[in-house]
Design a protein around this ligand. Structure first.
Ligand SMILES: [Zn+2]
Length: 390
């Protein structure tokens, strides 16, 4: 007998109250964009279709003494799997388990996610940064400036933000996306939380909010340190911070932080315990859900209207992840209330490979799932300022 599971996709729009409650990072949305959540709106500040060329920087402090011989990432060396993290050129047959593979499968080859990887050891010790009151923005600036001596960033600038959800495939002098993935911040020290706080370290959808742009390539290009676009057409961010390797699933959170660039801020987190590109809390699978894939233009949906009454007969629902087939039942379009029906038969690599399924919330089981969307039409106002962690 078929197993039915009911999962609720809840989208919260708390406005100012929520922003004040999540005090981490200043944000100001300057765009007066208004749109409903019922359509295929594409990517927010980066495109959901086309080629995105990113840089992954795997970083460590020279005086990081946490689990130094761990074979996944030995101290002083690059991570063991660094070469299989992302492909440098796009292919319909990418390295299995790579970011390129993930986005190929989620987007049906619409988003060609490629990039390079590099391993760096910071120019100064962690002890020095602490003693000199240096923060994440300072450390990341040093890392990028060190790379700039031997790297050219031109290949990582391919997109120009015309306005949110509207992108031109041409350089704009702003680097598109750099992930800085940390081996360890402070797990070898007696009070890690204190060190995180003093260095302003953590997992963020930015490289160091509030810090000046990092100028590279002899002034020809720059990296932006925040997230939110300014004046609607200037990107606010050029990357994300991931910390750290031994306590979080780096692959999942790289997807997550990139998901913010495609879908927006914390308002766009999906609910507890199922799956999503912009997964909220505990997840059962890494895959993007029907709401996200439709919104990003990666799939079309079989929409069933609320009225007049419709009877759907002989509907075929193959495996959702590999086929992209899903149904959407309209409850109330004006209030963005929908149910989505997905069939998970775990045909996808991303719902089978054990490396990606270490969830304390259990793995996805075969069967039909119903996701509920309950979101008001969203409006962003120029006065929408607050502090939040992304
Ligand atoms: Zn997030």
């Amino acid at each position: 007998m078929k197993k039915f599971a009911f999962i609720f996709l809840l989208l919260f729009y708390f406005g100012a109250i929520y922003l004040q409650a999540q005090s981490e990072e200043l944000l100001c949305t300057s765009a007066g964009v208004e749109f409903t959540l019922g359509g295929q709106i594409g990517g927010y500040v980066l495109p959901s279709e086309g080629t995105i060329n990113v840089l992954f920087v795997f970083a460590q402090f020279p005086d990081d003494n946490h689990d130094t011989s761990n074979t996944t990432w030995v101290k002083g060396q690059p991570p063991a799997n660094m070469q299989s993290w992302v492909d440098q050129s796009w292919s319909a047959n990418p390295t299995q388990g790579s970011m390129t593979h993930y986005f190929n499968e989620m987007s049906f080859n619409k988003l060609k996610f490629i990039g390079k990887t590099v391993s760096v050891i910071t120019p100064e010790t962690r002890a020095w940064y602490l003693a000199n009151n240096k923060k994440r923005g300072d450390i990341h600036t040093q890392i990028i400036q060190q790379l700039d001596q031997t790297w050219d960033f031109v290949e990582f600038d391919n997109w120009d933000l015309v306005s949110t959800y509207n992108h031109n495939n041409q350089p704009d002098g702003i680097v598109d996306m750099v992930f800085i993935v940390w081996r360890n911040i402070a797990n070898d020290l007696p009070d890690p939380a204190d060190i995180y706080d003093r260095l302003n370290m953590g997992r963020y959808g930015d490289l160091g909010y509030g810090w000046p742009d990092i100028i590279v390539d002899n002034g020809q290009r720059r990296l932006k340190m925040g997230f939110w676009p300014s004046g609607n057409n200037t990107p606010g961010g050029s990357g994300a911070t991931l910390a750290d390797w031994f306590t979080e699933n780096m692959f999942r959170f790289c997807i997550h932080e990139f998901g913010h660039y495609l879908q927006g801020g914390n308002n766009e987190h999906v609910g507890f315990g199922f799956w999503g590109l912009l997964s909220g809390w505990g997840i059962k699978s890494f895959v993007a859900n029907a709401f996200e894939r439709y919104r990003l233009g990666w799939i079309n949906l079989n929409t069933v209207q609320a009225s007049p009454n419709q009877t759907i007969q002989n509907a075929t629902l193959p495996d959702f992840v590999t086929s992209g087939v899903a149904y959407r039942l309209v409850i109330d379009e004006t209030r963005n209330q929908y149910f989505y029906i997905e069939n998970h038969q775990k045909n996808s690599f991303w719902e089978n490979n054990q490396m990606f399924l270490r969830s304390p919330y259990g793995n996805v089981e075969n069967g039909l799932y119903v996701l509920r969307q309950d979101g008001s039409p969203r409006t962003e106002y120029s006065t929408n300022c607050g502090r939040r962690k992304i």
